[in-house]
Write a protein that binds this ligand. Structure first.
Ligand code: HEM
Length: 128
């Protein structure tokens, strides 16, 4: 069970990274190219959020069942930073939804997802 969850949590990171990178690049192109916000952009935000939450749920189950508070360094470097990364994704998605102009929607997506991507690299570095 532990091994299965660990494999799932470990492998799912690639889906998370792919979605965040694609969303970020698409938003950057949209922002710099003054494009219109499309339903694909909204869908990419939604799929990224779902992927990140699946990653977190798998992580929380692993943590609660098999790791716990025993390793405070791991908790500080992996878990806390992961929640900050979720904050980056949520910030980008929420501010993009509220913005009234296309350029602002792309801008907030780029800012939030760039922060999240940097933090996720730190999260992964702390886990391996
Ligand atoms: C964006 C978020 C996250 C990413 C990308 C991520 C990625 C990873 C990776 C790559 C590993 C190493 C797996 C391996 O050894 O093959 C790992 C391990 C682990 N992660 Fe995460 N993780 C994230 C969030 C979380 C969260 C929020 C928690 C807990 C609340 C968590 C708990 C764990 C635990 C308990 C392990 C196993 C550590 C061990 O056995 O030494 N992760 N994670």
């Amino acid at each position: 069970m532990e091994n299965f969850l660990l494999q799932a949590h470990s492998g799912w990171r690639w889906i998370v990274l792919l979605l965040i990178v694609v969303t970020l690049i698409k938003a950057l192109i949209g922002w710099l190219g003054k494009q219109k916000w499309s339903s694909l952009d909204s869908r990419l935000l939604l799929f990224s959020r779902i992927a990140v939450y699946i990653q977190v749920v798998l992580g929380v189950i692993l943590y609660v069942l098999f790791q716990g508070w025993a390793n405070m360094r791991f908790t500080g470097e992996h878990v806390s930073v992961a929640f900050l990364a979720v904050g980056g994704v949520e910030f980008g998605a929420a501010r993009a939804r509220k913005a009234s102009e296309d350029a602002a929607m792309f801008k907030f997506t780029v800012i939030g997802f760039a922060i999240a991507l940097i933090l996720i690299f730190l999260v992964i570095a702390a886990a391996t």
